[in-house]
Design a protein around this ligand. Sequence first.
Ligand code: IPE
Ligand code: IPE
Ligand code: MG
Length: 233
Amino acid sequence: MENQIRHVAIIMDGNGRWAKKQNKPRTAGHYQGSENVRNIAIAANEMGIEVLTLYAFSTENWKREKNEVDYLMKLPSVFFSRFLKELMEKNIRICMIGEMDRFPKATADILTEAIEQTKDNTGMILNFAMNYGGRREILLAAKHYAEDVKNGKINNDLDEEKFEHYLMTSEFPSLDLMIRTSGEIRISNFLLWQVAYAELVFVDEAWPDFTPEIFKKTIEEFKRRDRRFGGVK
Ligand code: IPE
Ligand code: IPE
Ligand code: MG
């Protein structure tokens, strides 16, 4: 029997290299990348995926040059002004993991509004990881748990299932598949806890060239994989 697929995560890498190849500024790659978010989200929704988590900005991406960071902070506004209506029509719900507090106010407002407007949609969840880092997520969860114990809210009897309630992904099904585009074979601090038993697929295409057709092939490959979770079949 083929594997069921509920939650897919993508490390959308390679926008900068894509732009460089065409003698364009890195920001042009990010613009093209945001257009591809729309294409892949629609395809994922059609395939019946429940949650698509996209790595859009890491806690380490603040290291980049100011003009690139500024542009990336403007992208949510560019993206939602172009596509929110269509996502709404497709019954897609927008969510976010990561911390909004470091964003410029306009960026935080746009994201909050998209989340609010789509909160009753019952189709696929399009979940953006923004100012997200896997280590930071685990650290915050540990702090939060410690506070709850200190305040007498819960007993100090933590297990994996209880700990997951403190993660930013607590409301989502467990991760089935993680894809990274653009040829790099690393996780770059994405969903470190959740990736434990996810299947991994690395593709050579840069994110703007990662078409719905390639995406569908990746999903087909996932469905054929032998998932054992440490057991024996
Ligand atoms: C991914 O593309 C987008 C973000 C990290 C925001 P990159 O900007 O990392 O592109 P490359 O890896 O430099 O080609
Ligand atoms: C990972 O890509 C982060 C996002 C796609 C948002 P990076 O381009 O930042 O990762 P490294 O630097 O190659 O590890
Ligand atoms: Mg990169």
